[in-house]
Design a protein around this ligand. Structure first.
Ligand code: ADP
Length: 424
């Protein structure tokens, strides 16, 4: 039966915007969901699901395992009935892990002998067929992910990729088994277990496949997946009497105040979004990174401008630039120093805007979002309505402050204005 003092689902996410992505999926189907940044210190939030956002995707495998086990213990104490290890829909990992080692450690800690592994997210073009991951119409190894600076993905065969990271036997739960329905999927899992397979890559090319997977895994303590499989879980929990879906799960407070956008992402999607805002004649201020490096009081200048311009309408403050411009700055300052200078400056601006009465803030960029959330002293976010796939509005827990945290390549070209239109 439902028990308001315990959570139903505990999620361990290997990065910050990935955590928001899976949280958004759960809220959409009526689970009240809170995302916590790192392992929480305070009491258990009143929610059906808690997503612990770690930064464990590219750390040393031993560190990722230790952080994931600590998160698991906290979620067990909070009463979670099932656990979910969330990774990226492009299976981002290094040769050493961390998907395999973390999945092994969680299975050991839970005393379990089996979990699926399924990064598929068909709504965002990520599908798995016969164990091979596609990004749109391309195999993963032909997609841009092959050039990723930290986690280059050069093999699309996920059975092989995962097997190289784990001591467990890795198998495949194939699409034609899923197509025959939940009972067939359960039998497929039983057959894999009988063969001593401990982790099975699961095919999924549609939301129907994800729903079958969620049902077939209902009795397993652990699911490992991208955000897709989460789509099917609330129905499963409702059927078991563990959840009363809440039609208002995505409702956040009306916070009033003024609104602003901060952008530190230089991805092509964000460049287009900044261009769209500027072309519409909305107020925008570009950070001069060279002046910033030279010691100019750029944050103060931007805040003084926003104090005047922001009285009437939302403002955009951005460091976003085209690749050639970014490269020029990086070769003068070094990529790390440039990144940190800009992140620090944007985080100070965000704090200044909130001090000045901004209550609805859109932030573009994964690292930029991390820096801003830290500067604002936010450690817990309640998840609201989805703006675009993978990007919901969120509310700083217990505060009249709404934040939309957009990772670089997400969102339609009019994302900023669209996001601000959704909240008041
Ligand atoms: P994304 O989600 O698109 O990867 P991030 O915020 O994670 O965006 O990363 C963008 C990085 O680029 C940040 O470290 C940011 O500070 C840095 N940056 C932003 N604008 C500039 C610029 N004009 N020149 C150099 N670096 C920049």
């Amino acid at each position: 039966m439902t028990d308001p003092s315990r959570i139903t689902l505990g999620v361990i996410a290997d990065d910050f915007t990935g955590a928001t992505d899976v949280a958004s999926m759960l809220v959409r189907s009526g689970m009240r969901t809170v995302q916590v940044i790192g392992i929480p210190q305070g009491p258990t939030p009143a929610a059906d699901a808690v997503v612990v956002a770690l930064k464990s995707r590219t750390t040393a495998a031993a560190d990722a395992v230790a952080a994931s086990l600590a998160a698991l213990r906290w979620l067990q104490d909070a009463g979670a009935r099932q656990f979910y290890f969330k990774y990226c829909s492009t299976f981002d990992s290094t040769a050493a892990g961390n998907i395999g080692p973390v999945a092994d450690a969680l299975l050991d800690a839970l005393g379990s002998d089996f979990a699926i592994a399924c990064p598929a997210f068909p709504e965002n073009g990520r599908t798995v067929f016969r164990g091979h991951l596609f990004v749109g119409d391309q195999l993963l190894s032909d997609s841009g992910m092959r050039n990723h600076p930290l986690t280059p993905m050069t093999d699309s065969n996920l059975v092989r990729v995962l097997q190289s990271q784990t001591r467990s036997a890795v198998g495949l739960l194939r699409y034609d088994t899923l197509a025959r329905g939940v009972e067939a999927a359960r039998s497929g899992i039983a057959a894999l277990r009988a063969d001593d397979v401990r982790l099975a890559i699961a095919d999924a090319v549609s939301n129907d496949d994800l729903r079958v997977l969620a049902q077939a895994c209902a009795d397993l303590p652990l699911i490992t997946a991208g955000s897709g499989v989460a789509l099917g879980l609330p129905v499963v929990y409702a059927e078991r009497g563990w959840l009363v879906p809440d039609q208002r799960a995505a409702t956040l407070d009306s916070v009033g105040g003024s609104a602003a956008v901060i952008s530190g992402s230089c991805s092509s999607a964000t460049n287009a979004q900044v261009g769209d805002w500027v072309a519409a004649g909305r107020p925008a201020w570009q950070i001069d990174v060279q002046a910033l490096a030279g010691g100019a009081p750029v944050a103060e200048q931007a805040l003084a401008w926003a104090a005047v311009e922001g009285r009437q309408q939302p403002v955009l403050i951005y460091a976003t630039a085209e690749p050639a411009q970014v490269q020029q700055v990086q070769s003068a300052l070094g990529a790390d120093r440039a990144g940190q200078l800009v992140e620090h400056c944007l985080a100070r601006i965000a704090a200044g805007l909130v001090d000045g009465g901004v209550r609805r803030l859109v932030i573009a960029g994964g690292e930029t979002s991390g820096a801003v959330v830290q500067a604002l002293g936010v450690s817990s976010l309640r998840i609201g309505a989805t703006i675009d796939p993978g990007v919901p509005w969120t509310q700083a827990e217990g505060r009249p402050l709404l934040l939309a945290l957009k990772s670089g390549n997400f969102g339609s070209v009019d994302f900023f204005a669209k996001a601000l239109d959704l909240v008041d």
